[in-house]
Ligand binder design. Structure first.
Ligand code: SAH
Length: 407
């Protein structure tokens, strides 16, 4: 797709890889990944040194087309099970882009509460492996999952789709882990955004700092859960732990919460949370923002709240450290549960992909038990419909959100 890779798209001799493990069924079911240990190159062992389109086969024959990534552990990311290669000629990528947009367009335009911030392309979940595109009003933010996808995807093609179909005025690339001498934000089309972008989420007003903010600027995946919090907030006192820029806090405020306390390590995020209360015409006296470490905060005082929300950053970055992560979540949740008043409510969340829904249920059970409380589940949910994942790949169903009432 980049000029380099185009060679592979047009030439008849594309790199081919042979599976050394029996992954045929899982690929045919839609699992999108093959790890480096499970392949061997054909064509005299030539391995391209840049990401490119490649064919995947096993002893029984050809199976799929994939993005070959010579750099990361995911050597192949499956693109297509069709026998013809994905190409400009059959508008393969254009069709995938259009499909992703049509999946979102219906719910975005049917809701009476406007939303202008959403994920347009969610990588593997949209058949666009390693490619993320978040829309913040008329600004699109691209992010690539590693060096290989960054080499493979054609920024100009994506950008011209975004201009044509979504009328964006600016396309930027946010580098995931920029090195010291690397700019964190690159311009692909239009002006480089430098100031926060005003957006609406179900009618709530937010300002998203794409340059300095976390991820692409906002945690879009919690949208449905924030709406739920808004719907149940009336008259309650709410403690929002790991509040970031106040997605849950402002939602609770708009839902009529009596008072909201937001706690986050980042001073800027807490400041923005307070600004958000004013921007949404909420009484600033109903909000207290605290720039503090949640773990320290929990050690002080004995105050309790009607509703406590706990949405920590990922605590598990690898399968090996999962036990430690489970223990950390359990302790944190048990402490949070102790801060819920009698008959109050708690929302527990985790974005760690190594923690499954089953694991999360066990963590919830253990934390309730440590806090000596009983819970009743009112809601089990996760990421919104703009974060789809292949059914065959539950690892990509990463967001857990459990809401319980407590005795
Ligand atoms: N619920 C938020 C997203 C939370 S992301 C939303 O809906 O937008 C996790 C947040 O935890 C980040 O803002 C990060 O600054 C904060 N954080 C990480 N470690 C922390 C700690 N020990 N104490 C307080 N905040 C922390």
């Amino acid at each position: 797709m980049n000029p380099e890779n185009n060679k592979h798209m047009t030439s008849m001799r594309r790199p081919k890889f042979r599976l050394t493990r029996n992954l045929r069924k899982s690929i045919l079911q839609g699992h999108p990944w093959v790890y480096r240990e499970a392949i061997q190159p054909l064509d005299n062992g030539v391995r391209p040194d840049k990401a490119c389109l490649a064919q995947v086969e096993d002893a029984k024959g050809e199976i799929a087309w994939a993005i070959f990534d010579p750099h990361g552990p995911l050597a192949l990311r499956i693109l297509s099970l069709e026998s013809a290669p994905p190409s400009e000629k059959n508008e393969f990528f254009e069709r995938r882009f259009a499909r992703a947009w049509s999946l979102r367009k219906s719910w975005l335009t049917s809701s009476s509460r406007p939303t202008t911030a959403f994920r347009l392309f969610n990588g593997e979940g949209d058949g666009l492996p390693g490619l993320v595109c978040d829309l913040y009003d008329k600004t699109a933010v691209l992010q690539f999952d590693g060096r290989g996808p960054g080499e493979f995807w054609n920024r100009e093609q994506i950008s011209s789709f975004l201009q044509r179909e979504l009328h964006v005025t600016s396309v930027v690339e946010k580098v995931r882990r920029p090195s010291k001498d690397e700019a964190p934000l690159l311009s692909i089309f239009g002006p480089l955004v430098t100031s926060p972008v005003p957006v609406l989420e179900n009618g709530a007003k937010f300002e998203v700092d794409i340059v300095r903010g976390q991820k692409t600027g906002f945690f879009l995946d919690q949208r449905d859960n924030r709406l739920f919090v808004r719907e149940i907030a009336r008259g309650k006192t709410v403690l929002n732990l790991f509040s970031y820029t106040g997605g849950f806090s402002i939602s609770a405020g708009l839902g009529g919460a009596a008072h909201v306390t937001s706690v986050d390590l980042s001073k800027d995020a807490v400041q923005e949370c307070g600004n958000g209360f004013e921007r949404n015409d909420l009484d600033p006296k109903t909000h207290a923002g605290l720039a503090a470490d949640v773990f320290d905060f929990m050690k002080t005082g004995k105050e309790t709240w009607d509703h406590v929300i706990v949405d920590p950053p990922s605590m598990s970055h690898s399968e090996d450290r999962k036990d430690l992560a489970v223990q950390k979540y359990t302790e944190l949740f048990a402490q949070a549960i102790r801060r819920v008043r009698r008959d109050g409510e708690i929302s527990l969340s985790s974005c760690s992909s190594h923690i499954s829904f089953e694991d999360f249920h066990k963590i919830t059970t253990e934390s309730l038990s440590q806090a000596r409380r009983k819970g009743t589940v009112l809601r089990v949910s996760g990421q919104g419909a703009d974060h789809p994942y292949p059914n065959a790949c539950p690892e990509l169903r990463y967001l857990k959100f459990f809401h319980l009432t407590l005795d």
